[in-house]
Design a protein around this ligand. Sequence first.
Ligand SMILES: O=C(O)CCC(=O)C(=O)O
Ligand SMILES: [Fe+2]
Length: 703
Amino acid sequence: MDSQDPYRVEYRHSLAELEDEVNKIMIEDCKIDACADLFLFRVLPFQSGTYQHEYYEYSAYSGYGFSNFLKSVPEEPKAAATEELRLNVDRVLPGLLDDYDGNILEHEKIKGRLDARWKGMDAYQKDGASKNSIPRSLVDILMEKQYRERAGLSDVSSDEKAAFTESCRQLQSIIEGEHATASFSCGGSIPIVLGDLQAPEVTRPASSPVSIFWSKGDDATARKLVLPLDESVPHTHPDTLRRLVVDCDPASFGRGEQDVIDPEYRRAGKINADQFATSFHPADFGILENLSQVLLPSISSETDNQLGFRKITAELYKLNVYSGPSGHFRKHVDTPRATNQIGSLVVCLPCPFKGGSLTVEHHGQKVEFDWSEKSETSIQWAAFYSDCEHEIETITHGDRVTLTYNLYVTEPLNVGVPSPMSIVDPKAYPAYSWIRNLLEQEEFMKDGGVLGIFCSHAYPHSSNLADLQLPRALKGADLVLYSVFRSLNIDVEVLPILEKDGHYCAEDPSLGITGTVPGEDEIAPNGRRRRSRFYMSEYDYDHSGTLQRFLGNGKKPWPNYVELLPSASPADYEDIDRRWKTLMLSRRVGGMQNMVENFATEELPAKVNSTHRNPGVQVGLSHRPYKTFNRGYERGLDEVIQSIWPVQYLPGVTWITGPKHEEMAFSQIAYGNEASIGTRYSCAAILAVVPPAEQRVGMLRQG
Ligand SMILES: O=C(O)CCC(=O)C(=O)O
Ligand SMILES: [Fe+2]
């Protein structure tokens, strides 16, 4: 186009310059707002007369300005708060007040922000909203990250970015793989405590010594062995163990239709279940509950799982002894004893031995349970599906005494609440070493970050019980991830993410993440959309006019903020430095995403790593029961949401998987020309807080 074109717009600035300018203004505004919030927090309790709280809600709409409100505050507290305001502004924005001698409350910029903050406050102050907040470590990591990016303190080369994306892609395939093969095995251990089990130093599940009673042939007198061994008493004496070994018959195994004995294939002793009894029971330590959480989800439908229909029961099958130097069991698949048998449980009793690792394989993935190290001091267990191949390597020394159980699915009569204690050993999962290696790499999330993984299973996460049950009720791959992160000392939260126009998170083509739930746009057989969408209006106007003006004539832009941040505690207000970064984290600049996405041209280049390009997520503070509200009459969702379903806007989460299962979060009755109801949905997600690389070093080792 030629330069004479009268319609041609001349740009003075690029989008990148606009971003720098907006970020600078944003930082300044957030700093002033943090000071303004504390000022308001100080003077609000002193409001009097007609300016009472009740009135408040309408004040901003009926012309009661901030200055009217201020007149109602007595001089003394006002003066003290004003002095504090001046000190704070001077500290966070040195120089701003240098040439200003007047009343700080009349300072144009500060007055403008005080007025804006005061108006914004009333919307949810009244309800007191919720006292909760997003866990601090999560906010702090993202807050620093956002600040570094906005202040131009972080620069990431395209090589580093590509390497990071590749790591995320691998992590995604591990996670989805863990899901596909549905955590085919799990295991754990319970230490033996010789003294008082109720003693204060016994903090996690522990067992007293285990007794075994058995009889041999027609001899009706039962013998007794107590493990672990101890030469001082007959019951625990190694000679009694030898007696047990001698009393065992050779163990057989299924070959074709037959049970055969072949020491080449299996060298072990056995006692059938009708010939022995034991003081150990797998339900005692929550083993059954724990293995159910991992093994049940993939064999039942989501509906069965949600309703808690199915339970796993264990039936004692055999006692086996594999003794050094040659006990072993070659690779095999167990013979199911009933159609509802789903797997096997092996419990290894405390008795010293060397070698004898159990390896379990399923669709090319392998897990090893090496019990030799803790063989003397712990009960150790493993459970796996019936279709897993497994083998026991040669026992070189000692005796490996095990109880085996068949695991069955059953329909229970009543539904219990899962046990809070977890004794599953996360190291048994393939994801463990992979994630640990990833976090040990210094280049991966060098300055820290948050990994986001939408849950693989459906949970009634908006029910009354949800907050109590999650993360306890996590299942399958979700439970695996949760416990892997926890065992590496990584903070993990399971929180609901609220959608916005059907989108949960930003799309990320490099990981195949669309940000929406699959099937969302499907048309149901009745010709309707799978679900109708009606939303409360959101005050998300396109405020790009002032932003465009800057590109053309260089006039200072006036960013318009959309802020999603639940109400603060007194300590939050007082910590000004953290507060302004939190404010910045929870704000979007109206119109900015649009500009960066749609305006970028060669002539108007945008930043490569724009913090305005990818929208953040709206994270709920807790899992709350579904409800219907009618509060938003003539008001935008952003104004009322903190009092009905408190959320925080969180940009910068690294999403590894996209949303899968949504739940109704809340509905809103709107009165327009005709009353209608709109529903918002949410998805549960696992958020793992990855600290900066230098802090991770010692931390992962302890894990
Ligand atoms: O003792 C073990 O680790 C496994 C035993 C086993 O595979 C079996 O009894 O079928
Ligand atoms: Fe087996």
